[in-house]
Write a protein that binds this ligand. Structure first.
Ligand code: TRP
Length: 412
């Protein structure tokens, strides 16, 4: 999921338009633009979008219900916002089940670390709650929005699927599909239901479409909406048409699901619950652009150990001081240090992370030493991912992508 890839995470460039919008960050499925060079103001975003903060009460409930510490993405505020998560936890408490839904827009062959974030939390949720999972590949979306050939988008979907499968989703509980290949049947019927109940004015307001937007874009939000409804997948859910859905995604996808939640009760369906992540920062800093086309702006899942080392050492924006003496005296700034931010995403050991934070901010630890810790972790993570991806054959892909019954019990 998203999928922070082609998002523009830009700092203040001072164009006229931006000056008029001084305090407003732009966050929608196609643009992410911070109004200050500190990056996106996530607290403001929660207020603007009307979602809820993931707070200690919610974390405690997670811990109680799973019997384990919540995933470090939750504990560290990487997933920071939600809609209706308490409703899902109430169900679990009552011994009932839900299903997970997430997705990816395949617009590039190589996925990077940022693309992994929602999938990693989804994997944790699937394991912790033992629930079925639907993964949508919006190859149609990428065709409508990008300058790419239709066949190319479809091919990229099947490439990306291998990386997604390599995250380790349970084959018996996971269905993955490409929109281009799957659309039809009950799924399409639900698309029509959504389309009939959402007007052009509404999608204009939510997504900023105008009269010159191609008509594929105008109807596309219905396609991303309907995997939220269990009745779209009769081969999985049978007669159960109202199984609740939980969607892990990056916060930029929220407009799709605000629309979905608005239309759902009007067509007799449940609103999906959501859990939102922050964006994964580019190597150059939280306010600069990370893009799949700039190979130096991120770490790709295809990078070699040596490339990882070089990129981190050369490009990862440092919060360290200019000279050794200054650094020893004043210490580094973890708030702006990209290597430290990446450690927050990928170093699982809380106490080691805290130790690093203290030593780096006090000047005891140097940028090179901080980077060395990160390089070690990322080299291992990516090498292991590559090992798992290597054994994903075309046949494995076919199995995950065949419409079929999944193995789960909805009510204990
Ligand atoms: N639109 C998303 C993207 O461009 C893909 C997507 C489809 C998705 N369904 C989703 C992402 C559900 C998160 C959750 O990457």
């Amino acid at each position: 999921m998203e999928n922070n890839s082609e998002k523009q995470i830009n700092g203040e460039e001072g164009t006229e338009q931006q000056e008029q919008k001084t305090a407003e960050d732009i966050v929608d499925p196609w643009n992410v633009q911070a109004s200050s060079n500190k990056g996106i103001d996530y607290d403001k975003l929660i207020d603007r979008f009307g979602s809820s903060r993931i707070d200690d009460t919610l974390l405690e409930r997670f811990e109680k219900l799973t019997g384990q510490k919540p995933h470090h993405f939750l504990r560290r505020g990487i997933f920071f916002s939600h809609r209706d998560m308490h409703r899902i936890l109430n169900l679990i408490e009552a011994g009932k089940k839900f299903f997970l839904y997430t997705g990816r827009g395949p617009s590039s062959e190589a996925m990077h670390l940022g693309h992994l974030i929602p999938f990693l939390l989804t994997k944790w949720l699937q394991d912790a709650f033992d629930v079925p999972l639907i993964i949508q590949l919006t190859d149609d979306e990428k065709y409508l929005w990008k300058d790419l050939k239709l066949e190319q988008c479809n091919k990229l979907a099947y490439e990306n699927v291998k990386d997604i499968i390599a995250v380790g989703f349970d084959m018996n509980k996971t269905f993955i599909f490409s929109d281009i290949d799957f659309l039809g049947g009950e799924f399409y019927k639900n698309i029509l239901r959504v389309q009939k109940h959402v007007t052009f004015n509404q999608v204009k307001g939510i997504f900023g479409f105008d009269e010159s937007s191609n008509i594929g874009k105008i109807m596309f939000p219905a396609i991303q909406a309907v995997p939220s409804f269990s009745s779209s997948f009769p081969f999985i859910f049978g007669e159960k048409k109202d199984i609740p859905c939980l969607i892990p995604c990056a916060i930029d996808q929220d407009p799709y699901f605000r629309m979905t939640r608005d239309v759902a009760p009007r067509i007799g369906f449940q609103k999906p619950a959501l859990i939102h992540s922050t964006f994964f920062p580019a190597l150059q800093g939280a306010s600069s652009k990370m893009s799949s086309s700039d190979e130096n702006s991120s770490i790709f899942l295809t990078d070699t150990a040596n490339q990882i080392k070089k990129k981190i050492n050369k490009y990862a924006f440092s919060g360290g001081k200019d000279t050794l003496e200054e650094h020893r005296e004043l210490g580094g700034d973890c708030e702006i240090d990209v290597s430290y931010m990446y450690l927050k995403f990928f170093m699982e050991d809380d106490s080691r992370l805290e130790e690093i934070r203290q030593q780096y901010s006090s000047g005891k630890m140097l940028t090179g030493e901080l980077k060395a810790e990160l390089i070690k972790i990322l080299q291992k993570l990516i090498a292991e991912h590559q090992e798992r991806r290597k054994v994903v054959t075309d046949d494995t892909v076919k199995q995950y992508m065949t419409p079929r019954a999944l193995n789960f019990t909805i009510q204990k």
